[in-house]
Design a protein. Structure first.
Length: 532
């Protein structure tokens, strides 16, 4: 049974408040690698002993947990089958909804339609839980052996359809994929290799694609932005405002603003991160960006950056995990509740950290040893990624969902909260407190007689009646942001005007500013003064 439910508000966790919070990572089993579950201590973030395990392939690369927390997916690399699991494949594992225990696999199939195929290096699940994307990457192969595959997820048992190739780059290897919080857009990074054809326009870029809601395929690209050399990791912030890309060989992290409605990325600058950033994570409230580095610099291989309202990054904390030379792969995860972060470091330790929500400082707990860290190729920039599951402290106000058994099929936009109380083992609230919204909508309009341009700073609003293309009349901005609207006549105006702003804005000039502490609607009213 499926039901449409419209215009309601909910505090999530709700139905899932009693479900366990878990970390799933790869360990060296007695005879072969395994994917193993650890239960998160809601007070300390500690993991303790493993609670369950299941076999994986010869070289497990990434594990991803379905939003329903009923299934997990593992991509397997390597050179030969292991434990009956083929190489270059993806396997499906049931998760116990009460204990979080992992079992299986119940299905294994090839991760790509290509033969030979690049090795799968990442698996990302669509926010609605309907689709799964696998990045198949070969930095050394021919021009046609890498691709991005999309699978449809069966809503009953989590099994996967046959793969469909999508977002073809024409020979530039894809390195990572991320999806907007609402699931309408996908962002894919591509790198260069010697077999990439001359004239290829994909390498060292992040491309924006529209997501087909029926089969999950990607159309476009509808936008393109440059990255640094060898873009390696990508993250979308939970407010659906920003995208971060780590460039492995460029020693940098770039920030992009998501232009509302179009989903296209607008570069907002970057920072130098030395040396070789390989992994990114954003806490569930969008406050901090975590950066894991292949090589320590200034005695740090894990850094925390504060994220301001416009996407600017400033170093908040940093530390050196483990001991020894600390050169090699490193992976990071921010757990959904926003209390803890986890790192698999170069010494094969899975380290829990408690986050200071004010300063961004991290306090390390007791590590779990013997975790696999080698990744797809076991070399530069190749961490084995792992997963943390749980509920998020998210208030969803006035949205529409289509709910089925155990799933949300059409996800609401999920703005993160900045508050909430800890009332149960999930660390979530009791539903009695409405957390403040993290972003608000600004809607702009102008008199029909206007023949000019209205844009916002920070970018988002774009009204162009001078023949410049599509108009974006509404955009969301982080709470507290001061947005300036600027009106400019076309280059050869036939009319001059007196300007006046009404609604949530007040002013008589060509510019007006408004603080985003609630949803705001502004209108530009014009009075003709003379004709040329």
């Amino acid at each position: 049974m499926v039901a449409d439910v419209s215009s309601f508000s909910w505090f999530f966790p709700g139905y899932g408040a009693s479900r366990p919070r878990m970390v799933y990572a790869f360990v060296s089993g007695t005879n072969a690698p395994e994917v193993t579950s650890f239960r998160i201590d809601h007070a300390t973030g500690g993991l303790g002993v493993a609670t369950s395990s299941a076999p994986v392939g010869q070289n497990p690369v990434a594990v991803s947990v379905h939003p329903s927390r009923r299934f997990a997916y593992v991509v397997n690399g390597g050179f030969q089958a292991e434990s009956g699991i083929d190489t270059n494949s993806i396997s499906v594992y049931p998760l116990d909804p009460v204990t979080g225990a992992i079992s299986g696999p119940i299905q294994t199939q090839k991760a790509s339609t290509d033969s030979p195929a690049g090795e799968p290096v990442a698996a990302v699940i669509h926010p609605t839980g309907k689709f799964l994307y696998v990045v198949n990457h070969d930095r050394f192969g021919s021009a046609d052996d890498t691709d991005l595959s999309v699978f449809t997820i069966d809503s009953t048992d989590g099994t996967l359809s046959a793969p469909i190739r999508t977002a073809d780059s024409g020979g530039a290897p894809p390195t990572a994929v991320a999806l907007s919080t609402g699931g309408h857009f996908a962002y894919v990074t591509y790198m260069f290799r010697t077999s990439t054809p001359v004239g290829n326009t994909f390498f060292e870029t992040v491309k924006t694609y529209a997501v087909n809601p029926v089969n999950g395929t990607l159309s476009g690209p509808i936008g393109s932005s440059p990255t640094g050399t060898a873009p390696w990791a990508i993250q979308v912030d939970p407010n659906d405002q920003l995208v971060f890309v780590a460039s492995l060989s460029g020693d940098a992290v770039q920030t992009y603003a998501i232009l509302q409605n179009s989903g296209v990325l607008s570069p907002r600058g970057g920072i130098t991160v030395q040396s070789k950033p390989t992994s990114l994570a954003v806490d569930s409230e969008g406050r901090f960006l975590y950066v894991g580095k292949q090589q320590p610099f200034s005695n740090r291989n894990l850094e925390v950056y504060s994220v301001d309202g416009s996407g600017g990054l400033s170093l908040a904390a940093g530390l050196l995990t483990g001991s020894g030379s600390m050169v090699g792969p490193m992976a990071l995860v921010a757990e959904p509740q926003g209390q803890f972060a986890y790192a698999v470091d170069q010494n094969a330790n899975l380290v829990p950290f408690v986050l200071d929500p004010t300063t961004g400082g991290l306090t390390a707990g007791t590590p779990v040893p013997g975790v696999l860290v080698g990744g797809s190729f076991g070399g530069v920039g190749d961490p084995s990624s792992f997963a943390a599951s749980g509920t998020s402290p998210i208030w969803v106000d006035g949205c529409t969902v289509v709910a089925g058994p155990g799933f949300v099929f059409e996800a609401c936009p999920l703005p993160s909260s900045s508050g909430g109380t800890v009332a149960n083992n999930e660390g979530g609230g009791d539903g009695g407190t409405h957390p403040p919204a993290s972003s608000f909508a600004l809607t702009a309009g102008a008199d029909p007689i206007w023949g000019g341009i209205v844009v916002s700073e920070p970018p988002g609003i774009s009204i162009d009646e001078c023949g410049g293309g599509a108009n974006t009349l509404s955009a969301r901005f982080p709470r507290g942001t001061v947005v300036t609207l600027r009106a400019t006549p076309c280059n050869v105006p036939t009319q001059t005007y007196d300007f006046s702003w009404t609604g949530g804005c007040a002013g008589t000039g060509t510019t007006v500013s408004v603080g985003m502490n609630s949803d705001v609607s502004c209108r530009l009213n014009l009075t003709p003064t003379s004709t040329h």
